[in-house]
Design a protein around this ligand. Structure first.
Ligand SMILES: CSCCC(=O)C(=O)COP(=O)(O)O
Ligand SMILES: [Mg+2]
Length: 225
């Protein structure tokens, strides 16, 4: 096996960007106004997250949250809140995650797979716990994943220090050259490369074009990983 550990981004790497932008985000956006308006009756977790925005006026709070989503801000409070709201959609069966079949195979095949996404760890576990099967069923591939990292546990994905922290957490601080990080975002790859991690640029339908694509090792599928 070429790499001792794989660290995988989610959006644009193991599932299409369209799933996040056209399913997950709209589901959340549709729920925000009613959740904010009825915040007193929400779970303690949601109440606590809403209070962390420090905006008391409900209309202003809704507008703020919706603005963060529209701008695709990787805000740590927003990202946690989204996970709790998506939970309902996953458990009702309304949301199933279209993880690429070759990504599922890679995750099942490789013994040391870790996830690092801006989506919260809670949201990551929901996604991998409700993967769309070819027969319309929902598959849980969490047992195949060794660990999860997000911007709360490890920091922003464009900061090199986040990758140092992950290397330490997965016991690979002395062997970054044995770790492969896959992402569709070259800024994330550049940050990981700074600490010696090997990087791979995911090229998938719907991903943003990367003008300097030839500077990266590219993967259009994960059959060889
Ligand atoms: C649990 S994935 C939800 C997707 C999401 O909220 C997001 O911001 C995707 O970011 P990524 O780092 O996976 O590109
Ligand atoms: Mg991504």
């Amino acid at each position: 096996m070429e790499f001792a550990a794989l660290v995988l981004d989610i959006e644009g790497t193991v599932c299409p960007i369209s799933f996040v932008k056209e399913t997950l985000f709209p589901y959340f956006v549709a729920k925000v106004p009613s959740i904010v308006q009825s915040s007193e009756t929400q779970s303690d977790t949601i109440k606590d997250l809403l209070s962390q925005f420090n905006i008391t006026d409900k209309d202003a709070l809704s507008a703020h949250i919706l603005g963060l989503v529209a701008a695709d801000k990787k805000d740590p409070i927003l990202k946690q809140l989204q996970g709790y709201v998506w939970a309902e959609g996953y458990s009702s069966g309304e949301i199933k995650a279209p993880v690429y079949p070759d990504a599922i195979d890679m995750i099942k095949r490789h013994p040391n797979v870790y996830i690092y996404s801006s989506g919260s760890v809670n949201a990551q576990k929901l996604l991998f716990g409700h993967v769309a099967g070819s027969d319309g069923s929902s598959i849980d591939i969490n047992p195949e994943i060794k660990g999860y990292f997000d911007i709360n546990t490890s920091g922003a994905k464009i900061d090199a220090s986040s990758y140092s922290s992950i290397l330490k957490d997965i016991g690979m601080a002395d062997h970054p050259e044995q770790v492969l990080f896959l992402s569709d975002n070259p800024r994330e790859l550049d940050a990981a490369k700074q600490v010696g991690i090997v990087t791979g640029l995911a090229i998938r339908p719907g991903n943003a074009p990367v003008p300097n694509e030839s500077d990266y090792v590219t993967y259009t599928d994960y059959a060889k990983l």
